[in-house]
Design a protein around this ligand. Structure first.
Ligand SMILES: NC(=O)c1ccc[n+]([C@@H]2O[C@H](COP(=O)([O-])OP(=O)(O)OC[C@H]3O[C@@H](n4cnc5c(N)ncnc54)[C@H](OP(=O)(O)O)[C@@H]3O)[C@@H](O)[C@H]2O)c1
Length: 161
């Protein structure tokens, strides 16, 4: 049975992606959330719409939680067909939290935790599988403000970690 997983999908864009996959993807679709209560409430909402998403807890900042999902997917499906890396955070523009703390918190989730997910789940992706990384127009803007050298480095097709 093909299987799709969407990170951070109890609300917002992630929830909309799960809704669309439930309608278009022929396989099991997992709505995931760091908070089980919020996740199950979102599943119930989609069930009221006649859809049948499944639920699994996933906090991308918690390696143990990622590995539990990885082991579950391996055991139940022998891999993964579709991974949508959607979970992310953004401080409001007027948030008074000092910049260095905002930077650390944001990179922790949006970059390092997403990288942890990739390290753990990419080896499970089946042939012809798909991985979608939800990004932001902010990344293009930020890149445009970098030096030419740095831009070239980041745009390189042969970039390494
Ligand atoms: N909306 C925009 O205009 C916009 C623009 C550019 C990029 N994006 C990107 O699109 C994605 C979705 O954004 P959105 O607007 O739908 O945001 P949202 O409504 O704030 O939803 C974010 C989702 O990510 C979850 N999440 C946050 N940290 C998590 C973690 N450690 N583990 C698991 N889930 C976590 C949240 O769960 P909780 O409910 O538990 O907090 C929530 O379900 C993000 O990656 C964001 O950067 C959005």
């Amino acid at each position: 049975m093909p299987v799709a997983v969407v990170t951070g999908s109890n609300k917002g864009i992630g929830l909309a992606i799960v809704r669309a996959l439930c309608k278009k993807f022929s396989g099991d679709v997992y709505l995931t959330a760091r908070d089980t209560g919020r996740g199950q409430a979102a599943v119930a909402k989609l069930q009221e719409e006649g859809l049948k998403p499944l639920f699994h807890q996933l906090d991308i900042n918690d390696l143990q939680s990622i590995q539990t999902l990885r082991d579950f997917l391996k055991e139940k499906y022998g891999g993964l067909n579709v991974l949508v890396n959607n979970a992310g955070i953004a401080f409001k523009v007027d948030d008074p939290t000092p910049f260095h703390i905002q930077a650390e918190e944001t990179l922790k989730t949006n970059f390092f935790a997403t990288k942890d997910i990739c390290n753990e789940l990419l080896p499970l992706i089946k042939p012809l599988g798909r991985v979608v990384n939800v990004s932001s127009v902010m990344s293009i803007r930020a890149l445009a403000r970098c030096s030419q050298d740095l831009q070239q480095k980041f745009r390189s097709d042969t970039i390494t970690e």
